[in-house]
Every structure is written in structure tokens, then in C-alpha cells.
Design a protein around this ligand. Structure first.
Ligand SMILES: Cc1ncc(COP(=O)(O)O)c(C=O)c1O
Length: 367
């Protein structure tokens, strides 16, 4: 038995009829860019998030972040505080906007460490990106308080947290602007690239719309220098189908996380992920830490269990971003690079597969 890290084919087969007819509908209507499917998905995703947010479909999650940041008109060269441990896109979006990244260490919940965050705020700071990593919200109360105190903008990177909540409210609805990715492997994934910008500020979203649509709100209007970034009709139609299942898929992820937490709870060699009481985590990834990673990876491989590393290097230690680091340490992020290990996670998993992962890990560590 192979235990898959991700099984998109199984997911497709479970909703095949609906997906096939959605794709057929798009072909029949031939509204490939823009059109009703995109408008409906934007509306349905906004309703899903609640709090009166407005939404704008774009080409992918990286574009969503980049355009969201651009819309805030931050002063060139300003410093944006981001976590050291995140997917590289968070940093790319900052640097590509002519801003500087300042890396902040992560806490035991793998999101921004608040003490380190405040210590790195300077007069040049302009914004914070709260990344809701692995499916769990960052510590938004503290982040929003710091942002208020130091007059900083807050951008939420929700690429890994579709449906996650903080104090009962969905992530993406807290900051000045938020960005989602619909990369196929995400909790809500398209059949290609896709992204969404969300904001409660209508003007901010209109600026995003102009940027993403060649600098204007209508065809051949170019008020500002824009670019092209669009969610296409086919992806929107597919995402509309999948959105109906997101809650139940996330609930299944929580059940699996429960099995791991219970099954591995007494393993001294494993540090389990910590969930804050204020959060409902949607478990995009289930990441453990262990000093015995090399051994565990070999045993998992031998037993046909797929795993991942998120991320093999924290950003300050990558060749691209090392030059941005001026002796500022991110101790946890650096130390945990060699310890983190992502176990299979997703609604595709059967209980018996999760139990197999638990048994293999236990046998190796106890045997
Ligand atoms: C935290 C984070 N931010 C941004 C992105 C970028 O999204 P995309 O791959 O859709 O460009 C991703 C996903 O890959 C991500 O995990």
C-alpha cells in the first residue's frame, strides 16, 4: 500500500460528474476569460469568507500578493516584515514591488513570533505580511495591535488557509488586503493556476482590479501602468464545484490531524504541531519536528509513505534572499530546517493509511 501525500486524481473521481459538466458548460458558453463563472465564483468565495469582503480573481497566488501589495501604494524602499519560514512567493511579492523584506522568526505555531516581530519594526517599516502557514492563522490580534501602534499595513497571505478561522472569523477578512492561491495542491485547488485578492476596502480592490486589468476598469482604458492577471472561466467553474466540498474536506483533514495527534502524542522524539485555542486550523500540512528526521525519512520511503519538507531552507538561508539579511537571526526557522517533516495530509487518506503512518513512525522510534 502506497500512502500518498496528495491524491488529486482521487479527489477528481469523487466529484467527476459535477466537474465534467462544469467544464463542458464553459466550453459550450465559450466564456474563457471573464464571464459569469468568474463573477459567480468571486461572489460565492466572498460569501464563504463573510464580513462583507470583496473579491477579485487573478492568475495565481503570487500575483494576488504582488498586486495586493502594489495597491497599497507603499513608499519605495519601505520595509515589509515577513516570516522567515514561508513559501518563497511571500518574499518575491515584496521585492518585486521595490520594497525590502525583513525576516521575522516563527513561533511554535510556525507563524510570526510576536516578540521578534516587534523587535524588528523600525521607522522604515511599512507593512506586515501575516502568513497563515500550514492551515493555521497567524496571531492576528497581536499583529493588528502592532500594526495600529506603528501605523503599518497588514497583508494576509492565505494561500494555505482556505476556511481557517481566528476567533470565529475566517482569515482573509482581517487585514487591509488578503491573497489566496488556488494552486492545485491547496485545500481549494484549481486544475491549473488561480488566485484571489480579498479586501473589505472597496477602493483597494478597485485599485487591484485596475492593476490586474492593464491599468483600467474597462477595455482600452489605461489610467495607470497595469499588467495582466486573470482567473479564467474554466478554473472558476471548477473552483465553484470544489468550494461546495471545502468545508467537508477541511473537516476530514481535522479528523486526520486528530488521529496523528493522538497516535503520536506520547512520542518523545516528535514535536507535534501546536494549534492555538483561538484558531480552527484547516491542516493544509501536518508538520512534525524530529531530530531523527533522516532515519524517519528512510523508513517512510521504504514503507511506501510519501512525505514532504516545508521548507527545506528558510528564506534567509536561500541564495536569493541571503543578501537581504543583515546579521538578523531567525533562530527557530534556521534550527527547524533540519527537523521539520510533513506527513501525508488530505481528505484522500483512509483511516488505515493514517494508522500505517503512525505505526511505522512508532515502530521506528520505539523499536
Ligand atoms: C504561503 C504561500 N504564499 C503564496 C503562494 C503562491 O501561490 P501560487 O503558487 O498560486 O502563486 C503559495 C503557494 O504556492 C504559498 O504557499
Amino acid at each position: 500500500m502506497v500512502v500518498k501525500f496528495l491524491d488529486l486524481k482521487k479527489q477528481y473521481l469523487s466529484i467527476k460528474q459535477e466537474i465534467d459538466s462544469a467544464i463542458f458548460r464553459v466550453i459550450q458558453n465559450s466564456a474563457f476569460i471573464g464571464g459569469d463563472e468568474v463573477l459567480c465564483f468571486e461572489k460565492e468565495f466572498a460569501e464563504f469568507l463573510g464580513e462583507g469582503v470583496k473579491t477579485l480573481g487573478v492568475g495565481n497566488g503570487t500575483d494576488a500578493l504582488e498586486i495586493a501589495i502594489e495597491s497599497l501604494n507603499l513608499p519605495q524602499g519601505g520595509e515589509v516584515l515577513i516570516p522567515a519560514n514561508t513559501f518563497v512567493a511571500t518574499a518575491e511579492a515584496v521585492v518585486r514591488n521595490g520594497l525590502k523584506v525583513v525576516f521575522v522568526d516563527c513561533g511554535r505555531d510556525y507563524t510570526l513570533d510576536i516578540g521578534d516581530l516587534e523587535s524588528k519594526i523600525t521607522p522604515a517599516s511599512v507593512a506586515i505580511i501575516a502568513v497563515h502557514l500550514y492551515g493555521q492563522s497567524a496571531k492576528l490580534n497581536e499583529i493588528l495591535n502592532l500594526a495600529k501602534k506603528y501605523h503599518l499595513k497588514v497583508i494576509e497571505d492565505c494561500a494555505q488557509s482556505h476556511g481557517a478561522t481566528y476567533n470565529g472569523r475566517r482569515v482573509g477578512t482581517f487585514g487591509d488586503v488578503g491573497a489566496f492561491s488556488f494552486y492545485p495542491g491547496k485545500n481549494l485547488g484549481a486544475f491549473g493556476d488561480g488566485g484571489m485578492i480579498v479586501s473589505r476596502d472597496f477602493d483597494c480592490l478597485q485599485r487591484c482590479r485596475e492593476i490586474a486589468h492593464h491599468g483600467g476598469l474597462s477595455k482600452y482604458e489605461h489610467r495607470i501602468i497595469g499588467r495582466n492577471s486573470r482567473l479564467d472561466g474554466m478554473q472558476a467553474a471548477i473552483l465553484r464545484v470544489k468550494l461546495k466540498y471545502l468545508e467537508s474536506w477541511n473537516a476530514r483533514r481535522r479528523e486526520i490531524a486528530g488521529l496523528y495527534l493522538e497516535g503520536l502524542g506520547d512520542m518523545l522524539d516528535i514535536a507535534l504541531p501546536e494549534v492555538k485555542p483561538s484558531c480552527i486550523c484547516v491542516w493544509h500540512l501536518f508538520v512534525i519536528r524530529t531530530l531523527k528526521r533522516q532515519t524517519l525519512m528512510e523508513v517512510l520511503r521504504k514503507n511506501g509513505i510519501e512525505y514532504g519538507l516545508h521548507y527545506p531552507l528558510s528564506l534567509p538561508n536561500t541564495p536569493a534572499y541571503a543578501p537581504f539579511v543583515k546579521g538578523i537571526e531567525c533562530k527557530n526557522a534556521t534550527c527547524w530546517e533540519d527537523e521539520i517533516l510533513s506527513l501525508p495530509m488530505g481528505e484522500h487518506l483512509e483511516d488505515k493509511e493514517v494508522q500505517k503512518v503512525i505505526e511505522v513512525l512508532k515502530d521506528t522510534l520505539c523499536g
